[in-house]
Write a protein that binds this ligand. Structure first.
Ligand code: SF4
Length: 328
């Protein structure tokens, strides 16, 4: 079956998330809003990994939190298994949300230091009433084993594990409720380079074994290429390019994608020396007051006058490839 024929698991339609800014002694005077995400749309098919890439402050994590309904979107719709999450009641949402889990960037910060690894992994089983007694510990051992940890370590505390092992505990905890969809929010950025590949391999192995679907959030395009079937590039709350992984890496069309790719080093020194580099100038502007027209124009080496006036639309380039740029 081609990827396009696979069933859609997650659909995000015109998602917008604004955070109001307040001033005054009692913080009651609204003085503006942070436009964290605007008009973002994409689908993720069953068993697929969609990479979501961009510098920090581009709205990637906010998009993930909106999907998990940790934020209530300002506008737009989010469908999971065909159900509109924004219109579900509390109990329906709770039930459906257990099939969506998240793996965080900082494995240490996300684990309770006063709980043993076994209790951390087993906590969701208790909350959702999924296992009790001997069956509970069997399942905890099974989960630890699944992520490559020795079940005999179940009585140890998070500080007794290495960074990579702590991330494995976080993954085991996410798997406890047998989810079908996992948001991996920069899951390897805080890890040593030598450990990163091990965690990526583990995630890929688990995806194949359990048929998982991933949204893989990262700022580094090299990691995302390896993991993803398709990649969406975000800049200042907008998707500026979305394509299949191969297409995006072989034929990047948006200047921002080209700049992100140029920042990825090539291991061959001769190829690296002969490569043209598009260096990204400056920082991502504030989402409180985004630039007019194309939001990338203050940093774009190909900027024309028209780029300041009107924001380009996301245009279809054929073959699942869409770009938001007047040059294309
Ligand atoms: Fe650069 Fe203009 Fe394209 Fe924006 S629309 S990316 S400023 S060329």
């Amino acid at each position: 079956m081609s990827d396009n024929n696979k069933e859609i698991l997650v659909e995000v339609k015109d998602l917008t998330m604004n955070f109001p800014m307040f001033k005054g002694v009692f913080r009651r005077r609204e003085v503006g809003s942070i436009r964290a995400v605007e008009g973002v749309s994409f689908t993720i098919r069953k068993g697929e990994t969609l990479g979501l890439v961009g510098e920090s402050g581009c709205g990637k994590t906010t998009t993930g939190k909106c999907i998990l309904q940790l934020y209530h979107p300002t506008a737009g719709r989010i469908f999971f298994e065909g159900k509109d999450l924004c219109s579900l009641g509390r109990s329906d949402l709770r039930r459906i949300r257990s099939r969506m889990q998240v793996i965080f960037q900082d494995p240490y910060g996300s684990l309770n230091p006063r709980m043993t690894a076994g209790n951390i992994v087993g906590e969701p089983l208790k909350i959702h009433g999924l296992a009790e007694g001997a069956r509970y510990w069997d399942r905890v051992e099974e989960l630890l084993d699944m992520v490559g940890l020795n079940p005999a370590m179940a009585n140890r505390y998070p500080h007794e594990f290495s960074g990579g092992q702590r991330q494995r505990i976080g993954i085991a905890k996410a798997l406890a409720v047998s989810p079908s969809f996992i948001i991996c929010d920069e899951p390897i950025s805080a890890l040593d380079v030598s450990i990163q590949a091990q965690i990526i391999n583990l995630l890929e192995h688990l995806q194949q074994r359990l048929g998982l679907t991933f949204l893989f959030i990262a700022h580094d395009l090299s990691v995302v290429r390896h993991m993803s079937n398709r990649v969406a590039v975000m800049y200042l709350g907008r998707i500026v390019e979305i394509a299949t992984s191969n297409d995006l890496y072989e034929n990047p069309l948006h200047p921002y994608t080209q700049a992100l790719l140029a920042a990825v080093p090539i291991p061959d020194p001769f190829v690296e020396a002969g490569r043209e580099h598009t260096i990204l100038q400056g920082e991502v502007p504030s989402p409180l007051n985004p630039p007019s027209g194309c939001r990338f124009h203050p940093r774009c080496p190909y900027m024309r006058e028209e780029c300041r006036q009107e924001e380009p639309k996301l245009k279809d380039q054929g073959g699942d490839h869409q770009v938001r740029c007047v040059l294309v």
